[in-house]
Design a protein around this ligand. Structure first.
Ligand code: GAL
Length: 878
């Protein structure tokens, strides 16, 4: 009976999306195709699958219902422009391998509608291609169109030009905003429809989102806010996509849409209407980084705890924001001050590698939750109190299938609880998942999956062939401090930075002059006048008489800053040039689009006239840099200036462009550009924008941890590392941007650095570890899935996996007993099986993948009988 149901379900599944094996086959064929006949055949196949297999997507209070079948869904955010098309298939596959069913992405309006009606969908913005890759992987999609998205993305995703359409106010009942928002959203919906990408058309998209977390800001917009939220929902629903619409954190969402939760925990979330399912659109498995702050991490145990709690408490769809954060290439980051890296401590790291143990631990979690799907979604639930902070939720369906979640909410103490006449050990702040209400398949605090140590290995920039022995030649171009070419305009007083540049560039020059009397006191007594600049943000360099004399910037939470610095002036005419900079426009908040930048007060004290106020003097303005204007980082503009060629490029020189022609680092590992010895600026490779670099060091008062205690509520700064270190040292340069040789690397350095210290670093998994206790939940997933009986096989096994192109070449450490330390620093304890290393060598050496069972066959199980023993292993893959 159960078998039949399963077969039926599989049948339905197949009708939604082609089965994975067929898809792989199709991939293979696409690669191998030699004859056009085959092409026609494939075209016919994909055409017919797209047009024939439409499915219905509906929902009730429990879950999404796809073709009549309830669904428990694990979803993962991967934003297409935060990686490159060459990475997309691998990222999607790795998510699938991690137990993910759905890929979620925002749609990035300002990346697509570059000016009104001027659309772009090429390169990293090829949304259709991205959706089709997900479809080919046999996965679903959630499309969060917004089109306001926040997302630490420039201007929250809304095009800057829209702010300058007369009469526009963002995100309220405002005609120009609504007009452009509706036009873009409709454009995207029609594009998806044209490509048959909605599930109702046989495509992968099962849900779409309008707006984003508007509930937090709605009241700031008064009645207009209320009207706008209702309008947005109705406008979205009227698009007739055939799939439901969601609105996250929307506390007055109309009944036509599903309101969802975003937070570190959503177990207590209740949709506003009892007939809506409980969905979690943003579970943050880490956090983003800010230039000048330390590095946030969220422990895998706590991420798993939050997810298990959510499903325990009736949730049925959960999305990791982010599962792969990726990179804010070019000037796409918002904030301000968000780093170019958007790694997010996500299960897949910025470079596309599985972050272990987080990725593996969550994979095991997903498998365990999936084993509970039937009773969870179709059963009745019973709540049991097991202790003061211990509780169980038991789900049982009419066929008798039973699943239970046992939680210990105590954030300090482990507990042993009694459940159905059996004792269960529950570590503090953990959930155990019992897919048959008996055996423990998973405990969120017991991490048994492998850990990898990742290193950035420097390779010097190699001059490009044909003269490989020559030292690296640099081409240097010096940008002028102040106005270059013809000034844009001259005006009395200081203008707003963003209103003038309209974000065409980060850079904006403000120049004035000051006549200084030779009898000024400070020329004689050695004192210095003091320059005081107050700016709305974000950063500034001050050049006086062409020399960099001071710099200042705001920080994450407060872009405005006050620069106070002694300066040196000369008798007679002095030229004061301020280079004002933005570091990503505001990405969220009520009326955020009105937040300005740039200096609003410039004064000098310590002169005869005590304070000289230059704020209303005559200022001359120039938008951007000459090099940017001439696009000297791109093939068409490379020769637009006279570069000076040298093997000894100037160091610590502000406003300098550097160019070098380099080879690609050998191998296939991902690449980061090491900018630790540089100041601040922008970088490009072969005309592709790597992005802003700024190895800015964290501010003093920050708190970091040596070891993170996963127990207890997480908040974004709970487990920071890297205090006193540059927030971002390496900048991802995708492999697909490289040619084997002749790569043009261009750097614009604002304040001074040492380009000879720039290296490429390759990101390598240097070793792989396993650390597992003999009492680890011993549920054998593969075996159980094969038999689908729900019986437990008690086999505590750990797995070691290298990249398929490498093998386990060396067992660095192995101890069965009571080893101490963590991956990379394991040490033997007093209890140690002397055969540990040889056993691991026997099972694992020269293999890409091996399974180590904790059994008498492999280890001395009788050793130290009073201890719960553990196996710790570290191997090298090469
Ligand atoms: C949420 C927002 C996301 C992202 C996240 C933090 O509030 O919806 O777009 O900004 O915060 O990473």
């Amino acid at each position: 009976m159960m078998k039949d149901e399963e077969e039926e379900e599989e049948e339905r599944e197949r009708s939604i999306l082609p089965p994975p094996s067929a898809m792989q086959c199709q991939w293979w064929l696409q690669l191998q195709l030699k004859s056009s006949l085959f092409l026609i055949f494939i075209f016919f196949l994909s055409f017919s699958s797209a047009s024939n297999y439409s499915v219905t997507v509906s929902y009730d209070s429990r879950s999404l219902i796809i073709n009549g079948q309830r669904k428990l869904l694990i979803s993962a955010s991967i934003h297409y422009p935060r990686s490159v098309p060459a990475m997309w298939p691998g990222l999607v596959q790795l998510a699938k391998e991690g137990g993910v069913d759905v890929i979620e992405t925002y749609v990035f309006w300002n990346g697509h509608e570059l000016s009104p009606n001027n659309y772009y969908f090429g390169g990293r913005y090829d949304l259709v291609k991205f959706c089709k890759i997900v479809q080919q992987a046999g996965m679903y999609m959630i499309l969060r169109i917004g089109p306001f998205v926040a997302a630490e993305w420039n201007f929250g995703g809304v095009p800057v030009w829209l702010h300058y359409v007369p009469g526009t106010v963002f995100r309220t009942d405002n005609e120009p905003f609504k007009y452009h928002m509706q036009k873009f959203l409709t454009f995207i919906v029609n594009l998806m429809k044209k490509e048959n990408l909605f599930a109702s058309q046989g495509g992968p998209i099962i849900l779409a989102q309008v707006e984003n977390e508007y509930g937090f800001y709605e009241s700031a917009y008064g009645d207009g806010g209320k009207r706008y939220a209702a309008w947005a929902a109705n406008m979205a629903v009227s698009q007739s996509t055939g799939v439901p619409w969601i609105m996250c954190e929307q506390f007055d969402a109309p009944d036509t849409v599903i309101d969802t939760c975003n937070s570190f925990y959503c177990d207590n979330f209740k949709p506003i209407s009892p007939n809506k399912p409980k969905f979690w659109t943003e579970n943050w498995p880490g956090w983003f980084k800010t230039f000048g702050a330390s590095d946030p991490h969220r422990p895998p145990e706590d991420v798993a705890f939050s997810v298990a709690r959510f499903f325990q408490k009736g949730g049925s769809l959960q999305n990791y924001y982010m599962y792969h954060g990726g990179t804010n290439f070019g000037r796409t980051s918002g904030g301000p001050f968000i780093t170019t890296s958007y790694d997010y401590d996500a299960p897949i790291d910025e470079y596309g590698l599985a972050r272990c143990p987080k990725w593996g631990h969550l994979k095991e979690l997903h498998r365990s939750i999936k084993l509970c799907e039937r009773p969870l979604l179709n059963g009745k639930t019973t709540f049991l109190t097991l202790g003061p902070s211990q509780e169980a939720d038991v789900y049982q369906d009419s066929s008798g299938a039973c699943a239970a979640f046992l939680a210990n909410l105590d954030d300090k103490n482990d507990e042993v609880v009694e459940f159905r006449n059996t004792s269960y050990h529950l570590p503090a702040w953990s959930v155990s998942i019992l897919p048959d209400c008996k055996g423990v398949a998973f405990n969120s605090a017991k991490v048994g999956s492998q850990t990898s140590v990742v290193e950035m290995i420097a390779t010097n920039l190699k001059p490009s062939t044909p003269s490989p022995l020559r030292s690296l030649q640099w081409d240097v171009f010096q940008e002028k401090a102040g106005i270059w070419g013809i000034a844009d305009f001259t005006k009395n007083g200081l203008v707003d930075h963003i209103n003038t540049t309209k974000d065409a560039t980060d850079y904006f020059w403000y120049r004035t002059s000051l006549l200084v009397d030779e009898n000024e006191e400070f020329f004689r007594n050695g004192s210095s006048p003091i320059l005081i600049v107050e700016s709305k943000g974000h950063a500034m360099h001050v050049f006086i008489n062409q020399k960099l004399q001071a710099s200042a910037s705001g920080n994450g939470s407060s872009p405005p800053f006050k620069l106070t610095s002694p300066i040196s002036l000369k008798p007679g005419m002095n030229v004061i040039a301020l280079l004002s900079m933005t570091v990503g426009l505001q990405n969220a908040g009520s009326f955020y689009e009105w937040i300005g930048a740039g200096p609003y007060s410039v004064r000098i004290t310590g002169m005869k006239k005590s304070t000289v106020d230059l704020s209303s003097s005559t200022w001359t303005y120039k938008i951007g840099l000459l090099g940017e204007h001439l696009r000297i980082y791109d093939t068409d503009g490379l020769n637009a200036v006279k570069w000076v060629s040298t093997s000894e490029p100037p160091k610590q020189q502000p406003l300098t462009w550097y160019k070098a022609v380099v080879d690609s680092p050998p191998g296939y590992d991902p690449i980061g550009l090491d900018m630790i010895q540089m100041g601040k600026g922008l970088a490009w490779l072969n005309g592709q924008e790597i992005g802003r670099y700024w190895p800015r060091i964290g501010s003093k008062g920050e708190q970091c941890v040596q070891q993170c205690d996963y127990r207890g509520k997480f908040s974004q700064n709970k487990c920071n590392t890297g205090c006193g270190e540059p927030t971002q040292r390496w900048y991802h340069v995708p492999r697909s941007w490289f040619k084997p040789s002749g790569n043009i690397l261009v750097i614009f350095e604002e304040k001074g650095g040492d380009p000879t210290k720039i290296t490429f670093s390759t990101r390598k998994i240097s070793s792989v570890c396993a650390h597992i206790s003999e009492d680890h939940p011993a549920f054998d997933f593969e075996y159980s899935q094969k038999r689908s009986t729900g019986d437990f096989i008690n086999k505590t096994t750990t797995r070691l996996k290298c990249h398929p192109s490498t093998q386990i070449s060396h067992v660095k450490f192995a101890s069965f007993g009571n080893p101490t330390g963590t991956c990379g620093s394991f040490a033997q304890g007093q209890c140690h099986d002397p055969n540990s290393v040889s056993t691991v060598e026997k099972v694992c050496l020269n293999k890409s993948y091996c399974e180590l069972e904790i059994s008498q066959e492999n280890f001395d199980m009788q050793l130290c009988p009073s201890l719960v023993k553990r196996l710790a292993v570290e191997v090298v893959c090469s």
